[in-house]
Design a protein around this ligand. Structure first.
Ligand code: SN0
Length: 330
């Protein structure tokens, strides 16, 4: 593997999940692989799970790690080509990325969208300029449009839980991604990414959201090799939740009316009553989560919540990808 910015960088996702589960079982089996190699993690936005799990994964592989909160600790960065830099930005991304590339063997970058201009956000400028100028393999720690490590951890978790069921269950799991209310304007990266991974996974995938929250069709309706393609979108949440094996809740702001909050409807909050419509479904969320807005305490604290297992799987998700990139460096 040369980079990890989307599911498209993965040759075989089922194989990657199996290898991740091997990394989870034997976390120190490859601790010589990363010897004398350095991972640089560059954050332009806050992080808890991504920062710590990626660091832990790199350490398990014997790597050194450097972390920089570029937004708070670095020079303020200019990203536009041809900019006349007589304002507040002191350094252009061309030099910043190239210099960090001199210090690191692999670079991870987190950069959220501004949610003001759709074209600008969907050009994923920071990620793509790091790709262009860093000169070393790049991993996305959540870009303006995608969060591939999260989606890989989600698929690992679904696989683990589903495979632990008695072998008499011989069908695909039904996975429902549901929009949920939130007080703030949030990116579409997590749902975009979850959708593009679920489209390629061996699951029945449904998305439910109020009208106007349709995601960029680029991530929900791509037809491709061997699998059928389009995501089922159901606007009635109760109907969508029927017989779900996994309920993945997440808020996002509108893609159509870009960056807008179109609904704050608390009828979309995931409660025990909503979960009772499912097939004893498991509750998932990428975290951080707003309790009693996105999901009721009773669900999050209940026996069917697998959010902590999901967060734990961020380690083997990052570790399997770093392992594949390190193997390719040699
Ligand atoms: C981010 C998002 O993309 O939705 C990161 C998720 C992994 N979440 C938030 O920014 C939540 C912020 C909040 O105030 O709840």
């Amino acid at each position: 593997m040369k980079k990890f910015t989307s599911v498209k960088d993965v040759e075989n996702i089922d194989q990657l999940v199996l290898e991740a589960l091997v990394q989870k079982k034997y976390p120190f089996a490859n601790k010589e692989l990363g010897k004398n190699k350095t991972l640089g993690l560059v954050f332009l936005n806050p992080s808890l799970r991504t920062r710590l799990s990626t660091q832990r994964a790199a350490q398990n592989l014997g790597m050194n790690v450097m972390v920089m909160n570029l937004d708070k600790e670095g020079w303020s960065i200019e990203t536009k080509d041809g900019a006349i830099m007589d304002g507040s930005a002191a350094e252009h991304i061309k030099e910043a990325a190239a210099v960090i590339g001199q210090y690191c063997d692999i670079i991870g970058v987190r950069s959220f969208p501004k949610l003001q201009n759709r074209e600008e956000d969907y050009s994923d400028e920071v990620l793509n300029k790091f790709l262009k100028y860093a000169g070393v393999p790049l991993i996305s720690l959540e870009s303006a449009t995608l969060h591939p490590f999260q989606s890989l951890a989600d698929l690992i978790t679904i696989t683990e839980v589903w495979n632990s069921k008695p072998k008499t269950v011989n069908r695909k799991p039904k996975v429902v991604l549901t929009w949920a209310p939130h007080p703030k304007i949030l990116p579409q990266a997590v749902p975009n990414s979850f959708s593009e991974w679920m489209l390629r996974a061996n699951v029945d995938f449904v998305i439910t959201h109020p009208e106007g929250y349709e995601l960029n069709p680029q991530f929900t309706s791509l037809p491709f090799e061997g699998r059928s393609g389009a995501v089922k979108i159901i606007y009635n949440q109760d109907e969508a939740l029927k017989n779900a094996d996994f309920v993945y809740a997440k808020n996002w702001s509108s893609y159509k009316e870009y960056g807008k909050i179109l609904s704050q409807d608390r009828n979309w909050t995931i409660t025990n009553k909503k979960m009772s419509l499912t097939n004893n479904g498991k509750f998932m969320h990428c975290l951080p989560v707003r309790r009693n807005v996105v999901v009721a305490d009773e669900v999050l604290d209940g026996p069917n919540s697998i959010v902590i297992q999901q967060a734990k799987n961020r380690i083997c998700s990052a570790q399997v990808v770093l392992k594949k990139i390190l193997e390719n460096l040699k």
